[in-house]
Design a protein around this ligand. Sequence first.
Ligand code: AHR
Length: 666
Amino acid sequence: MKTIRFLMALVLFQGVFCPSFGQDKYIVDVKSVKAQIQPTMWGLFFEDINRGADGGMYAELVKNRSFDFPDAFMGWATVPSRQSYGRNEVFQIINQASVNANDPKYLQVSIAKPETVLLQNEGFGGVTVKKGLEYKFTLMCRERVAGLKVKVEVVNSKGSVVGRAEIPDQVRDDPEMNSGQAGPKRWKELTAIITPSDTTVNGKLVLRFEGAGKLDIDRISLMPIDNWKGKAQNMRADLVQKLADIKPGFMRFPGGCIVEGDDLNTRYQWKKTIGSLEERKLISNQWRDGGASGKAMPDYFQSYGLGFMEYFELCEDMNAEPMPILNCGLSCQFGAGEVVAEAEMDPYVQDALDLIEFANGPASTGWGKRRAELGHPAPFELKLLGIGNENWGPQYVERLELFTRAIKSRYPEIQLITSTGYTPNPQFKYMDSVLRAKHVDIIDEHYYQTPNWFLMNAGKYDNYDRKGPKIFIGEYACHSVRIGNPGNKNTMLCALAEAAWMTGLERNADVVTMAAYAPLFAHVKDWQWTPNLIWFDNTSSYATPSYYVQQLYSLNKGTEVVPLLLNGESIAGQDSIWAGAVVDRKAGELILKLVNPSGTAKVKSIAGVNGGKVSVTVLKGKPEEVNSLEMPELIKPVSSVMAIKGKELKVELAPYSFTVVKVKLK
Ligand code: AHR
């Protein structure tokens, strides 16, 4: 059978029609339950890659808002220029790391004789605002010498003002802020609402300082008010809505490689991502080097405007299980692979214990109290925790042991996700056998492979050990060329190959309990990795064919796997069709998923189905077709209803299509 499938996969991509073998009738048995499907089965993988967070899902429009990039003026321009002779004292960066090491720098504006000076921010590839919507401008400010007025404007690419606001003179009226001769007392947050009279995609934020005086400013922000309306704050609504529309079973965060860091200094540390913005310490983003696009992005930093609190709340908004991943004491093993000395592992392990307390502890515990203070008294009910991202080798196993011992002795109910590294990984066999011998809870496997690989490996889990650890496919995506190639596209064929492979995950839901496509997001101009599930620019976004595959699986996940067989075998490539069946006992429905990645229409008869109304949803397109900002819905699912009589269903499977059929159970 294996040889036949191999030949079939080969001919499929030469556009040759494969003959069917034996009897061509599919038989479904809705009473014979093969596996339970976990509510977590289909989920999300979130990482700040391709501007996923800063410049993407995080709705902040100001880049380097706190002047804390290593080049404190990156993203900013001044008039007069700081380079003009005798004028560089007008705008000065003050570094006061001893006062707040997490937000050390601020800008001081000093004008001796009355005049107007400007400070401009270029945003993330331009400040983008939409006509008629409201934007909240925020400025942290401290007056040293009274007399400066602040006006704020959004200008378009030609420099014309499309929105403005005057910052009220609260500074001078507030005795606590206006210190007179005695020195400044405290910072104050000043806000204003800007409602643009026009849309601009390539604009700038301009602060005008008029008069004479001295002002300290920091944390300058411009945020749309029209953003995601859930508990999770400050997120771009169109992007989050697309995530919520998948109804994900879980969300894995915050990555990906950024968990590991280029080195241990730049690893992700959750405690530095919570609390007020001034407590969140900006660090470099590991993807600054450009990745597959080869385009270095020196301005790619993690501001942590989105941090662990926001991710937990987003999970809650979407009713998805939170799945944080923590650094395991190793930096990225594709790079230097720094290893924390075993004797210095305690803080890493403690971070994990503290995170569990932060997520689940009552407000009477230290970290539970912290969560409550941040506005969430109820626990997040964390159940899943990842130790390491793509880590491998004995150094990983030794460190995993430390985490496991400490966590399981206090929180045995927490399911730990363990890593086998990247794929294909020469160490996979070793990792898999070591982890199995240790009876770990869940093993994480990652697959970035070609269409052919996904089709040929749909049976991969059919023979996995049913009693061993559960499998989590923490990252996967079909790459049209090969991993790392900048020419990879989110084609229809890739989506079909994923859909076909997912029939195998679904069929083995007793072993594979969770899976997530990766990565989620990419900015069309600023990406380091391709393909991705959702692409966006500063104003809009589109879902790829792969997105619709994920959505169709998740919205139709069912509760139990039932057999759908051809000549007693699972349907995994015979006549170039991949198919599976589940039942949703709560909804009383049989759900069939059928993938036809060939160029020929097929009609399949399915026996064992009661007559009645049937809903059919089809995703189809030409194999090389993609969605785009210009044609965001070239490929999208289309639903219809049909009626069947008797006990046999005939479905037509269009060329290059994924079909989901739902039948009411009687
Ligand atoms: O999904 C993109 C990257 O692929 C992730 O950051 C990493 O875990 C994997 O190598």
